[in-house]
Ligand binder design. Structure first.
Ligand code: PLP
Length: 219
């Protein structure tokens, strides 16, 4: 029962303007079904094969978000069904997603991941690099993808001012980009430990895992 109570509590707390992606990575399908029965339809995973397997087995009105780092050679496994890819961080990856989307006669929505944490994180783009991608002719030619916003992960820290500063920065980048990208509508920031700060900084999509499904044993 706990999962369904957590879902209901978060949906109520977040309200209509902030959408909830329930991060179900490593969790068994029975846990996802409990969330589903509580009304949740949007689930996020960070491994493509695990997501594809769950997609095969679970109800078809679930929307699947890929929130983890994407390896180009695995894009084909999610191209038939994925709803939103959160962590796109190169033009090369966008081209691959576009190619597989075209094969499936789909237009796949993606977010660009912007590096906002202080720690030397492996993934994500500088705002300037993201701007260059969006302005490039190569990008404009890609007809089977659309970039609908930005995603970021703050430093994992108890220092609220620091986390707030990082989310504020991403929000300002989003507002700036939106001037030239009117199709932007998603600002994906906030996880179990920091979603309240993220929402107060303007997030409209939070990715919450452990606060719904409990701690994970591995990632
Ligand atoms: C695992 C993960 C989350 C959820 O993390 P929790 O702390 O369990 O809420 C959110 N975003 C990404 C990109 C993740 O990989």
């Amino acid at each position: 029962m706990e999962i369904s109570e957590n879902i209901k509590k978060h949906i109520e707390e977040l309200g209509e303007k902030v959408s909830l992606v329930a991060i179900s990575k490593t969790k068994p399908e029975s846990d996802l079904m409990e969330a589903y029965q509580a009304g949740q339809r949007v689930f996020g995973e960070n491994k493509i094969q695990e997501m594809a397997e769950k997609w095969e087995n679970l109800p078809k009105d679930i929307q699947w978000h890929m929130v983890g780092h994407v390896q180009r050679n695995k894009v084909k496994y999610m191209a038939p069904f994925v709803t939103l890819i959160h962590a796109v961080d190169s033009l090369k990856l966008l081209k691959e997603i576009n190619k597989e989307a075209e094969k499936n006669e789909r237009i796949i929505s993606c977010l660009l991941q912007i590096k906002i944490a202080e720690e030397e994180s492996k993934f994500g783009l500088e705002a300037e690099e993201a701007k260059e991608i969006l302005a490039s002719d190569e990008f404009i030619e890609l007809k089977n993808i659309q970039i609908t916003g930005l995603m970021g992960m703050a430093t994992n820290s108890d220092d609220e001012a620091k986390v707030r500063g990082e989310f504020d920065y991403l929000r300002s980048v989003y507002v700036d980009f939106k001037k030239k990208q009117p199709q932007f509508e998603v600002l994906s920031m906030g996880m179990s430990g920091d979603y309240k700060i993220a929402v107060s900084c303007g997030s409209n999509m939070v990715r919450i895992g452990s606060a719904i499904f409990g701690e994970r044993n591995y990632n």
